[in-house]
Write a protein that binds this ligand. Structure first.
Ligand SMILES: NC(=O)C1=CN([C@@H]2O[C@H](COP(=O)(O)OP(=O)(O)OC[C@H]3O[C@@H](n4cnc5c(N)ncnc54)[C@H](OP(=O)(O)O)[C@@H]3O)[C@@H](O)[C@H]2O)C=CC1
Ligand SMILES: Nc1nc(=O)c2c([nH]1)NC[C@@H]1CN(c3ccc(C(=O)N[C@@H](CCC(=O)O)C(=O)O)cc3)C=[N+]21
Length: 291
């Protein structure tokens, strides 16, 4: 048996098409959603993402604001910029690209963003709202993973999910979303014992570790749905956290890298910008873009 490929690239293109239609409708009423992306420093990978985000933002008819600051920018100056973006009515979404340079207090920066404009869903208010089942801004990568899981599996309730990785940006919010959909969720990390056996129990396996090919084929339950969040640059090119060829022979469905979770992350960023714009203007949440 060979696993079904979950085509994140195609899914993201459909999502963006729907978003573009909703942006058109908003613009007809005089509202143009705006997304500001802030990049501090010259990390090459970050520059690639920021360029892709700007391009796709414009393609769906939103306004893109890009702020590139030198790596030695002071925290004070960055906070001042965030303050101006918070106050700017043309800006509906703010994303501060991570990682930030060492000398910055990441939490302080994230929590300086107006929670209503926090399209990354990293602000403590949004984290708390998600954890308590209230209307929040939901982190883009886990939201994209959830959309693909629901699309492929339908109802997730009662399914056993294992999330490998407990970061604030992927693992933890992913687990929250799966729990909200009534999956039975386990979060694994570097101290987890006998990870292969744990993974073998998973109907849904999400790998967000940051190590190329970390999840082996024989860790996967036959027929399971595997979501590979990993983005690892190796001499062989871009690879995920799952040993793709081996996993493909066992899993029921799997997301490839590239072309899986990555494109969905950017599409969900646009989705969140649309949601933030709708909420700001007392319009109902856009259909199908919130969990
Ligand atoms: N496609 C996309 O859109 C995105 C992709 N990514 C990619 O996803 C991956 C994860 O990102 P992120 O969550 O930010 O990474 P972090 O480095 O913040 O977290 C990695 C997690 O993996 C765990 N881990 C590390 N080694 C092991 C191990 N040997 N066994 C079990 N668990 C382990 C860590 O555990 P512990 O906490 O114990 O240290 C940690 O919780 C990266 O490849 C990143 O590039 C990230 C964001 C978006
Ligand atoms: N505040 C913040 N929010 C983020 O959402 C955020 C961030 N910081 N820092 C970095 C990570 C990483 N991330 C990706 C986005 C798109 C792809 C993506 O489109 N990947 C393509 C390949 C692109 C390539 O070739 O590199 C794919 O998987 O097909 C990957 C990773 C968002 N992140």
């Amino acid at each position: 048996m060979t696993a079904t490929l979950i085509d994140g690239k195609a899914f993201a293109a459909r999502l963006r098409q729907g978003i573009a239609g909703q942006v058109d409708a908003m613009r007809a009423r005089g509202i143009t959603p705006g997304l500001a992306v802030v990049l501090v420093g010259e990390d090459p990978a970050s520059q690639v993402y920021v360029r892709a985000k700007g391009k796709q933002t414009r393609e769906v008819g939103m306004t893109s604001f890009e702020h590139r600051l030198p790596a030695d920018t002071s925290e004070r100056d960055l906070l001042a910029l965030i303050g101006r973006l918070n106050d700017d009515p043309a800006v509906n979404g703010i994303l501060v690209q991570l990682p930030l340079p060492e000398h910055m207090d990441e939490a302080a920066i994230i929590n300086a963003v107006d929670p209503a404009k926090d399209v990354d869903g990293f602000h403590i208010l949004n984290v708390g709202l998600l954890a308590t089942g209230q209307k929040a801004m939901v982190p883009c990568t886990p939201l994209g993973c959830l959309m693909m899981l629901r699309d492929h599996l339908g109802d997730l309730s009662g399914r056993r999910a294992v999330v490998v990785g407990r970061s604030n940006i992927v693992g933890k919010p992913m687990a929250q979303l799966l729990l909200r959909d009534s999956a039975t969720v386990t979060i694994a990390h570097s101290r987890t014992q006998d990870l292969p056996s744990l993974c073998r129990e998973a109907d849904i396996l999400v790998a967000a570790v940051g190590r190329p090919g970390f999840v082996k084929g024989d860790w996967i339950k036959p027929g399971a749905t595997v979501i590979d969040v990993g983005i690892n640059r190796t001499p062989d090119g871009l690879v995920g956290d799952v040993d793709f060829e081996a996993a493909r022979a066992v899993a029921g469905a799997i997301t490839p890298v590239p072309g899986g979770v990555g494109p969905m992350t950017i599409a969900c960023l646009l989705a969140n910008t649309l949601t933030a714009t709708a909420r700001k203007n007392d319009l109902p949440d856009p259909e199908g873009l919130t969990p």
